[in-house]
Design a protein around this ligand. Structure first.
Ligand code: KG4
Ligand code: ZN
Length: 377
């Protein structure tokens, strides 16, 4: 937000912070156009959530509205891209207006529009990008295209004042598993990523094999709390690979074969094997690998802070195990509240504030891209 301040009060009002001295004001007898804060409307339609938020100066969340499409995709056991795009089209105007209303602002108060333009489902991304472009054009506002993963990484910074750089960030969601070193100025060194399925994707597929519904992460998390994590010894892929790469398709297949065999033998029906133990053992395998690699990264890079983000960061076992393991190397662990872990517009508006300050502006030729790794330093 910019404010016009008359010369006789601007020095007192904004002082040295805005680089205005009383002397210069008096001399020029001007009104000062002073930027008092930057308000950004952030839009995300990268997957199955239509999200919009209004955030001031990267951290003050005035509104954060999310319309979930879960019910639409549930009957198919996963996100159907074409349906996702259609639902975004139906919801986008309403959700943007709702985010402005809840924030009690109008477009006159907004300084820039930020939109996730990569990576994600291309048809879904295009809806957000088209909406953001139209709004930026109509209201003559700058437009910023944002990488969805950078939004997830930024989420912790929005709520933890004490977060320092460099830190190690583990992003785990339905579409991504990424370990990065985060440096001052929002520069990243990518340490490793998944070679096949993302962590959340595996949770969702295992939930499907177990007939638990979609999305499966939270359901498995809850069941696992009642099960024995050592009941079944599922593989820990790439645990000792000596690098920061991940692979989860092997554990997924192991669970599938295990469940099929148990069903054939009637072991599930007769109570010999319970679903809670399968959930807990599967979860232990995934969490063990994620925690070991993340803590190893913190140890070897001397970063004493770890952040966890993305939908799977909501996982209770992952949070607890990472905290315990980090304590052993004297590192702090931060994670955002659940509404900032899963997809949302606030994290997009948040990182956009940093990019805005760095001078990023995209024109109306901004396009969407299904892929888009973060820029490595
Ligand atoms: O970040 P997100 O909302 O969307 C993507 O960018 O993908 O993440 C969604 C993923 C889903 O795979 C969901 O099953 C998983 O996060 N998830 C969880 C939990 N809550 C959500 N996975 C494990 N434990 C949870 N408590
Ligand atoms: Zn996400």
């Amino acid at each position: 937000m910019r404010k016009l301040i008359p010369w006789w009060i601007c020095a007192e009002a904004v002082g040295d912070e805005a680089g205005i001295t009383k002397e210069s004001c008096v001399r020029k007898k001007h009104t000062a156009l002073v930027v008092v804060s930057i308000t950004i409307l952030g839009i995300d339609t990268s997957c199955d959530e239509t999200a919009a938020a209004v955030v001031v100066d990267g951290r003050e969340v005035l509104s954060n509205v999310v319309a979930s499409q879960i019910k639409v995709h549930q009957e198919y056991g996963g996100v159907v891209p074409e349906l996702a795009s259609r639902k975004h089209i139906e919801a986008i105007n309403y959700i943007v207006n709702k985010s402005l209303n809840e924030a009690a602002v109008t477009f006159d108060d907004v300084d820039a529009i930020a939109v996730t333009n990569r990576p994600g489902l291309i048809g879904a991304l295009l809806v957000g990008v088209a909406a953001a472009k139209s709004l930026a054009y109509c209201h003559n506002l700058p437009l910023l295209g944002i990488n969805h993963i950078e939004g997830h990484i930024y989420a912790n910074y929005m709520v933890h004042d004490t977060l320092t750089f460099p830190h190690i960030c583990l992003t785990v969601s339905g579409g991504h598993t990424l370990l990065v070193e985060v440096h001052e100025g929002w520069k990243y060194k990518v340490l490793g990523t998944t070679q096949d399925d993302a962590a959340g994707e595996v949770y969702d597929k295992v939930a499907k094999y177990l007939g638990l519904g979609f999305p499966g992460g939270r359901i498995i998390d809850e069941l696992a709390q009642k099960g024995n994590p050592t009941a079944i010894d599922f593989p820990r892929p790439m645990l000792r690979s000596g690098d920061y790469q991940f692979s989860f398709s092997g554990v997924k297949t192991s669970v599938r074969y295990f469940v099929e065999k148990a069903e054939r033998a009637g072991a599930m029906e007769n109570g010999e094997i319970c679903i809670e133990d399968i959930a807990a053992s599967f979860q232990a395998a995934v969490v063990d690998v994620l925690v070991a690699k993340t803590v190893h990264a913190a140890k070897t890079t001397d970063a004493r802070t770890i952040t966890l983000t993305g939908g799977v960061a909501a996982n209770s076992q992952l949070r607890a195990s990472l905290k315990d393991a980090a304590e052993e190397i004297d590192a702090d662990v931060y994670y955002p509240p659940i509404n900032l872990c899963t997809d949302n517009g606030a994290m997009i508006a948040g990182i956009a504030y940093e990019k805005y300050q760095q001078g990023l502006r995209d024109g109306l030729s901004l396009n969407a891209a299904a892929n888009g790794s973060i820029v490595d330093i």
